[in-house]
Every structure is written in structure tokens, then in C-alpha cells.
Ligand binder design. Structure first.
Ligand SMILES: [Zn+2]
Length: 321
């Protein structure tokens, strides 16, 4: 396609964003006005080569679907779990993808001949959530998925901190006598409200363990009731620390657990309200009014990745050949 949608008069082109998850890649194409003009999902491969291959397939498939040629794409941004060196375009320790250390931007650029930028998936999603929610100023994105992490966005930019650790609230220990966390500490926020930790503590078979916990809690099962309380308590603790440390105006909650919708939101709200009961100071912060849930199926993570890719400056765009 070489019509008006592929580039605006200033020469800005289509931006592609990929949210690479443990099972699937969510890909969007964004036109120069910021509108999503195409979206598709592809299965994610396992291991270095398969991850690169599935990314290449997703970009090509998306271009086909929208009717673009690859040369219409100005940049690709990738949000991926793991430890990401955004400047080097490298991802380390993406355990859910079978990746130990991968020069992802270089590999993908060599395969497709367009500039790539790589970012941690939660940080990319934070950027996308801020843009799609229309939040200006400061916000945090709290991802409740298998694990728990947050991204902080200040005036449209990701706040990384000195070593990229800003927002890693999942590993704040809130109960030294609590369950052992994968990080080696006890009672981390993630052990309370991470889908992986809750499923392990639940210990019963089922494809949707958190939904099972909620259903069993509704039916009065004591373990399920306790775990559901843990989830609300842990998410509330994460919201508190994000507001108390960064004073973000809004905490947008996303991630797989948001499939629970109102059942999750109402519980976290109630936990925040109850937690502030005895404290005029905490009540004054109105935390229960400062959370929002991303709608199920929101493209925020892939859209944020497209924004990450769009941040590539012209001088960084060098032809490969
Ligand atoms: Zn931990």
C-alpha cells in the first residue's frame, strides 16, 4: 500500500507494535494519526530462533492483513518479558520464552530490514495504557498476570529509575513470614496477587485457576476465600506503594487477571477502602477512587510497543545490507 494511510505529508509512516507473551504475540499497526488500523495474534515460538521467527511472521502477517508492503513500516517496537536492555535491543532471562540472552533488535532488523526497538513488556504496556486512557501527568500501570510488576509513566515517558528497577513492586515483601517467592524473599506482593503464586497455593487442576478460586470462594470454600482475600490485599498493597512513592494520579490495572473484570476491581477497591479506614491520612488520598481497570482484550501493550518503536530517532535508522 502506498496510499495516504501509509505515510502522512511529513513522511511519518506506519508503526508496528508487538506484545510478545509466553503463548501469543499481539500485533498492531498504527497509522501516523495514532489510529490502530490492523491487529492480529500469532503463536509465540519457544527459544531464541523460534521467538525471532514468530516475530518476523507476525510483522509479515500484519502487513498482509492491512494491505501494507514492508517498506510502508517505519518502525517496529517489541514489548517482551524479561530483563531488557532497551539501548542495546537485547533481552535476557525471558524464562517463559526459553530465552537466556538474545540480541532481538539486531536479529529482527536483519530478517526484515526495518528498525526495531525492544522494551520490557510491562513498561511498554504502561506507555500504551497511558496513551489509550488519555491520562496526562503521572500514572502507573499495575500488571496483574502470572507475575506482578508496574510501569510508571510521567508526562508520556517511562520512568526507569537509575537501574531500570522503578515499578518492580511485585517483589516488595509485605509479610516476612509469608509464602516463599521465586525471587528468594518471603511474602512478596507477588506471592499475594500473582496468578502463578495463587495457582500454586490453590494446587487444584484447572485451566483457569484464578477464576476457579473466585468461583469456589463464592461457594464458601475456605482456602479459596483466603486466597481471594490475599489477591485483593496484595493488589491494594501494590497500589498503595505506587501512590505513596511516586504520587501517581491514577493506577491503571491490566494483565491477565483483569479478565475477572468487576469481581477483581470491586475487591481491590474494597481492600483499599478498608485499609484506609483507621487513617485520616490514607483516607485523604482516596486510593479507591484512583484505580481503573483496562478493558478485557485492550491492545494497550501492543500499542505501547508501537509507541516505543516510534521513539526511534531518524539518526538511529541505518540501513542494513
Ligand atoms: Zn519476590
Amino acid at each position: 500500500m502506498s496510499d495516504a494511510r501509509a505515510a502522512d505529508p511529513a513522511g511519518r509512516r506506519i508503526r508496528v507494535g508487538l506484545d510478545v507473551g509466553g503463548t501469543k504475540i499481539d500485533a498492531v499497526a498504527v497509522d501516523p494519526s495514532g489510529e490502530i488500523i490492523g491487529r492480529l495474534r500469532r503463536v509465540t515460538g519457544w527459544g531464541d530462533d523460534a521467538v525471532v521467527e514468530s516475530i518476523v511472521t507476525a510483522v509479515s502477517g500484519l502487513a498482509d492483513e492491512v494491505g501494507l508492503s514492508l517498506s510502508d513500516i517505519g518502525s517496529v517496537g517489541i514489548g517482551i518479558p524479561g530483563l531488557v536492555d532497551a539501548d542495546a535491543g537485547r533481552v535476557d532471562h525471558a524464562v517463559n520464552l526459553g530465552v537466556e540472552s538474545l540480541d532481538l533488535a539486531d536479529r529482527a532488523e536483519q530478517a526484515l530490514g526495518m528498525p526495531f526497538r525492544v522494551e520490557n513488556d510491562v513498561k511498554a504496556a504502561a506507555l500504551g495504557a497511558a496513551a489509550l486512557s488519555g491520562v496526562t501527568g503521572s500514572m502507573a500501570y499495575l500488571n496483574l498476570g502470572t507475575g506482578v510488576a508496574a510501569g510508571i509513566v510521567i508526562d508520556g515517558r517511562i520512568w526507569r529509575g537509575a537501574r531500570g528497577t522503578a515499578g518492580e513492586v511485585g517483589h516488595l515483601s509485605v509479610d516476612p513470614k509469608g509464602r516463599l517467592c521465586g525471587c528468594g524473599q518471603h511474602g512478596c506482593v507477588e506471592t499475594f496477587c500473582g496468578g502463578g503464586a495463587l495457582a500454586k497455593a490453590w494446587g487444584r487442576p484447572g485451566a483457569l485457576p484464578i477464576r476457579d478460586i473466585f468461583d469456589a470462594a463464592d461457594a464458601g470454600d475456605p482456602l479459596a476465600l483466603a486466597l481471594r482475600e490475599d489477591l485483593f490485599h496484595g493488589a491494594a498493597a501494590a497500589v498503595r506503594v505506587l501512590v505513596l512513592s511516586a504520587d501517581v494520579e491514577t493506577v491503571v490495572i491490566g494483565g491477565g487477571l483483569t479478565a475477572l473484570g468487576d469481581r477483581l476491581e470491586a475487591g481491590v477497591r474494597a481492600a483499599l477502602h478498608a485499609g484506609a479506614d483507621a487513617s485520616p491520612f490514607m483516607r485523604s488520598l482516596r486510593l479507591d477512587e484512583r484505580i481503573e481497570l483496562l478493558p478485557a482484550g485492550s491492545p494497550a501493550a501492543a500499542f505501547g510497543a508501537a509507541l516505543v518503536g516510534a521513539s526511534i530517532t531518524e539518526k538511529e535508522i541505518v540501513p542494513h545490507g
